[in-house]
Design a protein. Sequence first.
Length: 381
Amino acid sequence: MIYADNAATTRISDRAFEQMLPFLREQYGNASSQYSHGVKAKRAVEQARKKVAAAIGAEPSEITFTSGGSEANSWVLRSVAEAYRNEPIHIITTAIEHHSVLNACRALEQSGIEVTFLPVDNVGLVSVDDVKKAIKPHTKLASIMLANNEIGTIQPITEIGRLLKSEGVLFHTDAVQAVGHIPVNVNDLQVDFLTASAHKFNGAKGTGILYKRAGIKLLPLLFGGEQECGLRAGTENVAAIVAAGYALEESVAEMAETAKRLRIMIEATVDIIKEKIPLVRVNGDAECSLPGIINLGFGGVSGESLMHLLDLKGVCVSTSSACNSGKDEPSHVLLALGLTEQQAKSAIRISYGRHNTINEVDTIVSAVCDVYAKIMKRRNF
Ligand SMILES: Cc1ncc(COP(=O)(O)O)c(C=O)c1O
């Protein structure tokens, strides 16, 4: 099998896996227990927090571990809405956010909160000017993703952060696809909240990260014990948190080299496919994009069919985000770029990660061209 769907999830790194194992077997103490078995677990969680904080330029006290990116995104939006529930609230977001942000915003809208869903241009970029124009006297929060999970487009978050700060609007960025893949520094970005997810940077599934700037209010998500400073009660998933720390440390250390290699692989993929199938289009921004993601449109050919036929050849790619796959709906991200329904339904996303090798590109590309030719041949009969 060749796995080229790293935007959906990644394989855990060997080092992260080795480091988490003792916390499932020998050192399985509860991090809240006072004897040494528990204290060791607690120490490991705090070490992981330090590693995560260092990776994004934050303080360890500004990091909370969650069950994933979805939980962290939802938490920020609901907390801000709850904190201002006695005042008029307006939230700004974009049309291309992950569903964990979009659906949380829609739920808030249902409860009477005003939400603006900003459009993007034809490569998926949000205009800073549009953000500026959308700000109202009662705008409390903007939630704008750092990099898109379907097309890889990277938003001008630093500029948006500067603007929102000067306007006194809280700023959250969903950095799930960016952390561990491109440099991320919460101070450069001027964000108040940032979310990440360990399984996107070769950590374990079910571990998310919420950065909250010191001094900014966040209401507790879960009540119970005093874990995570009383903000998220419940026994910590020590092993997975330990893995997250090591995985992120490793991803950051290897980032420059990995990004360089992935960009070469993406370029080669696009060049060869375009040579063989000239009508293929790149959906997204070739200039300002994550190093390992490419979204390709195949004219009128169904992306779903391409994906299934590639699967039969042992190649894993996807049609849109993992959370939305299986639904026969065109991607909301591709529609927001201005694609027609048919164009949106004829796209596949190839996403390379640390474990892909340059040799796999040839196999993937010839598999894509083969299955495309097969579909076209069937059509012409
Ligand atoms: C941009 C983005 N945000 C949030 C999430 C949700 O993260 P998790 O799977 O950890 O809940 C994903 C996962 O696909 C994502 O790509």
